[in-house]
Design a protein around this ligand. Sequence first.
Ligand code: T1G
Length: 711
Amino acid sequence: MSEVVVTLEKRAAVGVIWVDSPPVNALSQPVRQGLVDCLAKALSDPEVHAIVLACKGRTFIAGADITEFGKPPKGPELGAVIARFEASDKPVVAAIHGTALGGGLEVALGCNYRVAAREAKCGLPEVKLGILPGAGGTQRLPRLVGVPKALEMIVSGDPVSAATAKDLGLVDHVVREDEGDLLTAALAFAGRVAARRPLPKIRDLTAHIEKAKAQPELFEKARKDAAARARGGQAPLRCVEAVKAAVELPFDQGLERERQLITEAIESTESKALRHVFFAERQAAKIPDVPPGTPTTPIRRVAILGAGTMGGGIAMAFANAGISVVLVDREAPLVDKGMALISKNYASTVSKGRLSQAEMDARMARITGTTSWDGLADVDLVIEAVFEEMGLKKEIFGRLDKLCRKDAILATNTSTLDVNEIARSTSRPEQVIGLHFFSPANVMRLLEIVRGEKTSKTVVATSMKLAKDISKVGVLVGVCYGFVGNRMLHAYGREAQLLIQEGALPQQVDGVITGLGFAMGPCATSDLAGIDVGWRIRKGLPKPPPGERYSGAVPDRLAEMGRFGQKTNAGFYRYEPGNRTPIPDPAVEAIIAEVSKELGIARRAIGDDEILERCMYAMVNEGAKILDEGIALRASDIDTVWINGYGFPPYRGGPMFYADTVGLAKIHSRVLEFLAKHGKMWTPSPLLQRLASEGTTFSSLDARRAGDVPA
Ligand code: T1G
């Protein structure tokens, strides 16, 4: 007997259909069946004159049940469920709270009316799963809100607020303060429309469709914009095709076209990758030995040491989340400069209409700039974001150890240094953790949470919760040089530079990487970050051991010539002043040829496949070593790091998922070939070797480790 997740309650002459299927009332088979059964009951009850569809828990229906994708379909089919609601001869009012998303909003669009709570959001995010709305959303939404807005909502997948939904006509009513709670307002609304006929059905609306018929250019532009946005992904383009069908075909044929497109999409590697990314992000929050319920420390006041770009961005991330911040630096001019940059960043967001002046003022008021450490005695968390130098960090942590409350968490934002060594400079290593933000820290979603050998479970649990509280994706990693992201970036960057020494050009390497879906290739990224940054770090590092080639020769030469990248309008590319478009520069080709000659390398023609394989497989091999060493808990965590911190295209699923799509046996055999040709930096990871020989994948390794499949 399947669990009862949908019930019917009679409130006077209104039948309330309640969905109660935590955590997000997803449209699982029992929910779909329950909706059909309860609707039939309400329709056949003569005392029921109107119906309200409402949900228990934190949200209205948040979509189809993604865990059912790829499994044999079970009836009733969602489109058929919605058709029954649309065919109802009694008015159906959807009462929306939380997030009405995907199939959830499509169910609401099958109802006659929609009433929303003030904080509610409505959206069709299917494109973010590599698919498109598949239960009428691409046919009903354009009829209701117009084709341009429907295209925007469906191709972006971004939700709209209740207020915007009202302005668009997407919802009929937003609950006012004086109306009481959502159910009360929805029942009153249902009472008002109970006798109103004919019942409005979105499928019958034609005005917006007729208007769009006269604007064929709409879809040309939408297709171009979608292609630019997708960088090789297909889902946004399929979304455009489906909405186009709404204009070109009668309603039921449009539905059929939508079904064809989603059937294609759901089987695509792109959608499998994006579904992997969806669950990977949620898995990352689960730490096997730090179960939910582990005590956490409330973080209400935070101090940040270092008011530079990084410190300022981190301060904004906390202020944005309503947490007060003390921003400390050693000299007043540095503090003023940091505060001014924060204010400038907020002002630019206000000028783009994405933040109100009042909210900017509120956030600025939460940040106090100072040179004094007095306030640190009372904070819950300190994040050190000063220059990457071990001696300086240890001196600072020694001082914090004496000054801060015993239960305060001491965190370092180091991107490479040994967190255990820093922790040993205090008497409370269990309170020390790495919180590695990515620049710009107020924008980048990734937070690498670096667990030291002594870090307590409470500090780990607090940091994981904190990441969610400040709208970051927290990924727990262990201590090693460069943690997960930078360590793999080093391997990827090494191969990119060695390929340039051997015969490739920056624009060719970058072209291959952007062809994979990255926004930028390694050379353009170096120009953005500043070639001098890596150069200064390399100068402090020992040269590679014999038999391992030095990959820094070309960027060192560029830096020695003052070509630091965008900031000097010359790096791997040249730039027109004030313009960030990289322009291939013959001068760089000459410099590279000179360096190759000095290194005794005869330059050769290099194919795009070799570039792709060496850059990606170096990353994957390093990822496998990281997994083997336990620096990352799951292969999917590595994917979450690369997608949220390093611009890996989500529709490829991340480096480890991508590797599974290529096949680990193929990758392992290529790695062995590169080992023979290029030396021991290509020593295959034992884990890669094992999985390749077993003919298995990183995803199934994760499943085995999570106990989802037998070991
Ligand atoms: N199906 C199955 N499980 C889901 C789910 C879904 N649609 N949405 C969330 N979960 C699980 C999630 O894995 C997690 O599980 C728990 O719920 C809490 O989620 C026909 C085909 C709703 C905004 O894309 O965006 O409809 O980790 O941690 O931060 O056209 O979840 O606890 O075990 O994210 O408060 C379209 C996806 C589907 C919405 C809540 N819908 N969900 O965020 O909680 S396709 C979506 C979200 C579709 C139709 C098509 C968010 C949320 P666990 P959470 P949250």
